[in-house]
Each structure stands twice: as structure tokens, then as C-alpha cells.
Design a protein around this ligand. Structure first.
Ligand SMILES: *Cc1c(COP(=O)(O)O)cnc(C)c1O
Length: 500
């Protein structure tokens, strides 16, 4: 716990400051080692971290705001965009020879900009809309919210987890500026029928964005390894833009995604230019204006160091890890795969209602395997998500035994049963009914911000076992769930006050 704010009266020696950072990091989930199956992407390549840290440091103070002052950044950005475009069916000799793009800070920014670009291509549409499958990443909803673009969600089949392209076609209206598809969707790792969706979008004269934030840097290598990967990129004529996150499966440090457009004309509305003020003329391709060259240089170093041979090798290791984990799930009574793995996601559902997956997630945590619980949604059951990376490959052999052990402990503990009044409250409460008193009672009852972990009296940011919290959240309607999470995170985000 930090007991002072960030600004001491007298500056501290560098070594002491680094010790503080290291001590704080000690409480985090492990970013390396292949046991955290979400949030981090570790290729377990010796020396890569040192290389990217050096490259990041070289360019950390470079400012992407003015490309004429720092040509190094334009050069590296163009090299990253070229690599991504070539990997995703564009570039010389393809059907998309004019592909252009930009580096953004992450998948969310890439999606926001894809929606903004499509919206601003149609200034005549007063109330623009987009169409996406219900499994599309929440960042599409965020884009709609930020940009005041309505989001029409097409349901997916509970069996295939895919939308019916005919339903996508039917959802397209005169105000629709963009149709989205995922390759694959984050939650289940299922690839949408992109060819059919791109075709219905093209028929309607609407742009089609493929969200390949997750799979754009794995599916091409898996295809080269002989896996059956359907067409999802610029090889499909209806695809007008694609996003791919380098800070996921390109294994670059955080802060780099790429948004590609099929040609420069399609990209134009992405730019924001403003000359109507007394300062410099602002011309931004992305949301940030000042931006660090660090992440771009680090991503550049990662691609140059790993190369095609490196990514192929890592994709093969990842595929083997996926297969091993999937086999372990198949061999465990009470569990099943919600979807057959098509990419690098394992998604686990229960076949036995007495096997509480939220408890299982806590039991796996206790055994050093960190997975991500996903709440039941629109006819889809509660499930557990694992984003699998190359670093998991050597561990897979030990996973089955720990999974069996965790399942036994989960059965012994039995499912979380919330008091009936609490469940009834969660189901019936409206966001407006959530008074400060009620929030305080709930957070205390659930152990959020309650001080159950800190010895100095400061509040513990998160409870150690999450099953009860997840059960309550799942019972609450989405609008209440959102409100509750805003309250919980608002409690965590409080300034540290100095004691001096
Ligand atoms: C991760 C992800 C995003 C969002 O990316 P961030 O980098 O977290 O902003 C969007 N779409 C898909 C499919 C993703 O996997």
C-alpha cells in the first residue's frame, strides 16, 4: 500500500523509487509465465523484454504530434502499417493494393476511429447507425456512445455463436454507415461469417469493418500452418477497414493497434484538421494529439526481432497449447467447450448446474491459473474465457490435474447461493434506485473497498474471491450492473493523500 501521494517534499534517490514500483508490482497478477489467460500476451521469448524496453526508451520522448519534426516515427509507423496490411490481404499484387492505415493506442481507439470515419463519410445522415453482431466487442458500443451513433445488434445463434447474415442484411437501414464483424470475437473466439457479412454490406453500399484486433496477428499464421481459417481480410472485396492489435498477438508492449483502410479515399474522414485558432494547425490521424513514440518503437522492435519465422513458431506453440487445454476441458466431467476452438481462445461452460463456474474461477486462481469469468448473456450460459498465448505451451501438461482438482474443490464448496432478498433486490433494482446507502451496504457486504486485505487500515481495492460478486452482477440487469461497477470502481479510484 502507498501511504503518500506521488509528490514527496524532497525527491528520492532513483534506486529507492524503483524499489517502490517493484514492491507495488509484487501485488499484481503475473504478466509473464503463461498463467494469466487474459489481459496480457506473453510469447516467452528470451531477451524480447529487454529489447522492447530499450527501443521504448529511445523514442519515449518523441512526439507523434508533428511528423515533420520526428521522421523516425513516421518511418516506423509506415513499416508497421505495411506489415499489417501485407499480413491481412493488402499491398502490392493483391486486390487491395492501395491499403493505408495508422497506429492507434489500442483496439478500442481503432474501433472508435473506424466508426468515426464511417460516420463522417456521411455528413448528410443526421442520425447515423451501425450494425454489429451481439458478440461484437464492447468497444463498438463505446464508439456509438462517444460518437452518438446508434448501435443495432444482431443476435447470434446459441449453438454456433454466429449471426445469420440474412439478419445482418435485414438490420441495415438507410442510416447505416458501417457493418461490423469479428475475426474472431473476443468472448468466445468464434469467427463471424465475414465473407457473407461483407457481401451484404457491399450490396447495400455500406462500409464493412472487420474487428481483427484479437485474431489479425494469429489467423494468418495459423492458416500458413495448415489450419482451416476462413477468408476474413482484404481478400474479401466488401471489407473496407480492419483493426489489428499489435499489443495482443504481435506480442508488442501495450499501446499499439493498427487501423487499416482499403484505400486512401476511405481513410480521409478519419483525419481531424483544425486551423481556426492562433496556434499550430492541428492535423491528427488518431484521437490523441501529443503521443509518445515509445510504444511504436517498441512494436517496431518486436516485429523486426521476431520476424515471420518467429511468429510462425509462436503460432504453432499457441495452437498446441490451445489443443492441450481443450483436451483437458473435454476430459473433465461437468465441463464442456462452449465453442470448438478456431483461434486462440478456450471458452468453457458447465454441463452440470451444481458446478459453479464462478467458484471454479476462484479455485483456479488459488492454484495459480488466472482465467476470466463471463456472465450469462442473452441465452448464452455463464462461461470462462482463456486467451491462450505461446507462453502457456510448456504448462499445458500440468493444467489437467489442477483443473480436475479445482473442479473437485468447486463441487465440494457447492454453488454460490445469495440470500433470496439480495437476489430479488438485484433483479428488481433500477439504476436510479441505487442510493449511496445501498451502494455502501453492498460494497461492504461483498468486500469491495472494505479493508479486508490491507493491514494499515486503507481499503482493499478488490476482494480476493470474486464468485459472490460475479453471482450478484449476473443477477442484475445490464443497466444496473453497469451502474454498480461504476460505483465499485469509483470507490477504488480515490487519490492517495500525503501524510507529511
Ligand atoms: C481486445 C479487443 C478489443 C479492444 O482492444 P483494447 O486494446 O483493449 O482497447 C476490440 N476487439 C477485440 C476483438 C478485442 O479482442
Amino acid at each position: 500500500m502507498i501511504d503518500e501521494d506521488g509528490l514527496p517534499v524532497r525527491g528520492l534517490p532513483a534506486e529507492r523509487v524503483l524499489e517502490e514500483v517493484r514492491a507495488l508490482r509484487g501485488g499484481d497478477r503475473p504478466t509473464h509465465g503463461g498463467r494469466l489467460f487474459a489481459l496480457v500476451f506473453d510469447p516467452a521469448v528470451p531477451g524480447l523484454d529487454a529489447l522492447t524496453a530499450s527501443a521504448h526508451a529511445e523514442s519515449a520522448h518523441v512526439n507523434g504530434l508533428d511528423p515533420t519534426a520526428f521522421p523516425s516515427l513516421v518511418a516506423m509507423e509506415n513499416a508497421l502499417v505495411g506489415a499489417a496490411a501485407r499480413l491481412l490481404g493488402g499491398g502490392p499484387g493483391t486486390d487491395a493494393p492501395e491499403v493505408v492505415g495508422a497506429v492507434t493506442s489500442g483496439g478500442t481507439e481503432s474501433l472508435i476511429l473506424a466508426v468515426k470515419t464511417a460516420r463522417d463519410a456521411h455528413p448528410e445522415i443526421a442520425e447515423p447507425r451501425i450494425v454489429v453482431p451481439a458478440t461484437a466487442h464492447a468497444a463498438f458500443a463505446k464508439a456509438g456512445h462517444y460518437l452518438r451513433v446508434a448501435v443495432d445488434m444482431v443476435p447470434v445463434s446459441a449453438e454456433t455463436l454466429r449471426p445469420d447474415p440474412a439478419a445482418v442484411a435485414a438490420a441495415i437501414r438507410p442510416e447505416t454507415v458501417l457493418v461490423g464483424a469479428s475475426a474472431p470475437g473476443y468472448a468466445h473466439g468464434v469467427i463471424d461469417p465475414v465473407a457473407e457479412i461483407a457481401a451484404v454490406a457491399a450490396d447495400a453500399g455500406v462500409r464493412c469493418h472487420v474487428d481483427a484486433c484479437f485474431g489479425g496477428w494469429t489467423l494468418p499464421w495459423l492458416r500458413r500452418l495448415g489450419e482451416p481459417v476462413p477468408a476474413f481480410d482484404f481478400a474479401l472485396p466488401g471489407v473496407t477497414s480492419i483493426s489489428v492489435d499489435l499489443h495482443k498477438y504481435a506480442y508488442a508492449p501495450k499501446g499499439v493497434s493498427i487501423l487499416l483502410h482499403r484505400d486512401p479515399e476511405l481513410r480521409k474522414p478519419q483525419y481531424f484538421a483544425h486551423a481556426d485558432w492562433p496556434g499550430y494547425t492541428m492535423i491528427n490521424p488518431v484521437i490523441a494529439s501529443t503521443r509518445s513514440g515509445g510504444p511504436i518503437a517498441a512494436a517496431y522492435a518486436t516485429l523486426r526481432h521476431l520476424g515471420e519465422d518467429g511468429y510462425l513458431r509462436l503460432a504453432a506453440a499457441t495452437r498446441d497449447a490451445v489443443n492441450g487445454l481443450a483436451d483437458a476441458v473435454r476430459a473433465t466431467p461437468g465441463l464442456r467447450l462452449l465453442a470448438e476452438p478456431e483461434s486462440t481462445v478456450i471458452c468453457v461452460a458447465a454441463t452440470d448446474p451444481e458446478l459453479d463456474l464462478f467458484v471454479l474461477v476462484d479455485e483456479l486462481d488459488a492454484r495459480g491459473w488466472h482465467t476470466q469469468p463471463q456472465l450469462a448473456y442473452a441465452g448464452l450460459p455463464r462461461n470462462v474465457h482463456l486467451s491462450v498465448t505461446a507462453s502457456a505451451a510448456p504448462l499445458v501438461a500440468g493444467f489437467g490435474a489442477d483443473l480436475a482438482d479445482a473442479v473437485a474443490a468447486t463441487r465440494a464448496a457447492g454453488p454460490v447461493r445469495l440470500p433470496a432478498e439480495l437476489l430479488a433486490l438485484a433483479r428488481s433494482l433500477t439504476p436510479e434506485g441505487l442510493t449511496p446507502d445501498l451502494v455502501a451496504g453492498l460494497t461492504a457486504g461483498l468486500g469491495v473497498g472494505s479493508g479486508d486485505a490491507a493491514d494499515d487500515g486503507s481499503p482493499a481495492p478488490v476482494p480476493s474471491r470474486m464468485a459472490v460478486v460475479n453471482t450478484l452482477l449476473e443477477a442484475a440487469p445490464a443497466a444496473l450492473r453497469e451502474r454498480l461497477l461504476v460505483e465499485f470502481v469509483g470507490l477504488m479510484q480515490r487519490p492517495t493523500w500525503s501524510r507529511h
